[in-house]
Write a protein that binds this ligand. Structure first.
Ligand code: PLP
Length: 379
């Protein structure tokens, strides 16, 4: 297999056979001419079922995650919904990490629960607790987000895969924070990788999308059937934007990781800052696991303010180069207050996040400018 960056630029992306166009065209079409009834060219009949631009992205993502099949969707949550409703039936149970993305928790607890799919939060770092949680016969899925949002907990994917498979359950890894450049969960034993392509894969804060990549071809067939039957696909232009962004994923992630590493060290030494949550710091409670399964530590940092929630809100509001906004993974740096913003839907639940926590999505600007901005915001 060729290297990651070569695949990011070339996998599935042969020059267009009709014109030689080096860049895959945006196939803005809903339907395809048939050469006689049922005489499809390349299998295309209707763009919910298949579209060449989306197919190109799906092939590229499958290659980057080293899976057999990739599928892309209108959003990360659309991908998650399609996955969960493909593999779960009323009476089934999802076991999920104690600090999954707020929207994932909302989907499972508010949308799927009324349809009879229950959930059990578990600390994925406590392997005995995971063993106990997967013991009931009705557990279909263990949902692992690593690094997690916003607490940057890291779970041992290979260790989880062993436990989860012994119970005949699927291990799903939300790989949004790491991106396939830093971590490839399928190679560590996961069954399904989930992405919000809105984040690092899109990388420029201009497109919402999601993806699933699987190792097993039969599961891929079932998911692809539901992708078409449920219809939550992404449009061709959205697919093309992600495809364009994939080509620079490696260089972007290298810079995100380098900038975040510098900033995490700097925050650690700041008198107003309490805990700094960044898997690249040797002090991080899961640093060893992160170093074992990731090839870099990414661009996300969370930190706590010793003076509490008001201080956290003030930092978010005073920052200038760090834009106060939800989302993450773009080239520009963002700052936010998870308790009141991205994770407000987890308030009052076991997944509630501390109110003195600030989350940074560190972009690829010059790191000295980013440090100067944090310095004035914290002073
Ligand atoms: C944003 C996000 C999602 C949801 O994706 P959308 O594209 O917003 O639907 C899922 N998981 C993680 C870790 C995320 O950051």
């Amino acid at each position: 297999m060729t290297g990651f960056n070569t695949r990011a630029i070339h996998a599935g992306q042969e020059p267009d056979p009709a014109t030689g166009a080096v860049i895959p065209p945006v196939h803005l079409t809903t339907t395809y001419k048939q050469d006689g009834v049922g005489g499809l060219r390349g299998g295309y009949e209707y763009s919910r079922s298949a579209n060449p631009t989306r197919d190109t992205l799906q092939t590229a993502l499958a290659s980057l995650e080293q899976g057999t099949r990739g599928m892309t969707f209108a959003s990360g949550l659309a991908a998650e919904d399609t996955l969960l409703r493909t593999v779960c039936r009323p009476g089934d149970q999802v076991v999920l990490g104690g600090d999954a993305y707020g929207g994932t928790y909302r989907l499972i607890s508010r949308v799927l629960e009324p349809w009879g799919v229950t959930h059990t939060p578990v600390d994925l770092n406590d392997l005995d607790a995971v063993r106990a949680a997967v013991a009931p016969e009705n557990v279909r899925v263990v949902w692992c987000e690593t690094p997690s949002n916003p607490l940057l907990n890291v779970s041992d994917i290979a260790a989880l895969a062993e436990i989860v498979h012994a119970s005949g359950t699927l291990l799903v890894v939300d790989n949004t924070f790491a991106s396939p450049y830093l971590q490839q969960p399928l190679t560590l034993g996961a069954d399904v990788v989930v992405h919000s392509t809105t984040k690092y894969l899109g990388g420029h804060s201009d497109v919402v999308g999601g993806a699933l990549v699987v190792a097993d071809a039969e599961l891929g067939e079932r998911l692809a059937y539901h992708q078409n039957a449920m219809g939550a696909v992404n449009g061709p232009f959205d697919a093309w934007l992600v495809l364009r962004s994939l080509k620079t994923l490696g260089v972007r992630m290298d810079r995100h990781s380098a900038n975040a590493g510098r900033i995490a060290e700097w925050l650690l030494a700041h008198p107003a800052v309490g805990d700094v949550l960044y898997p690249g710091l040797p002090q991080h409670r899961n640093h060893d696991i992160a170093a074992k399964q990731m090839s870099g530590f990414g661009g996300m940092i969370s930190f706590r303010l010793k003076a509490g929630e008001e201080a956290a809100l003030r930092v978010c509001e005073r920052a200038q180069l760090f834009t106060l906004a939800e989302s993450l993974g773009g080239v520009e740096s963002l700052i936010e207050h998870p308790h009141r913003m991205t994770h407000a839907s987890a308030a009052g639940s076991p997944l509630e996040v501390p109110a003195d926590l600030v989350r940074l999505s560190v972009g690829i600007e010059d790191v000295d400018d980013l440090l100067a901005d944090l310095d004035q915001a914290l002073s």
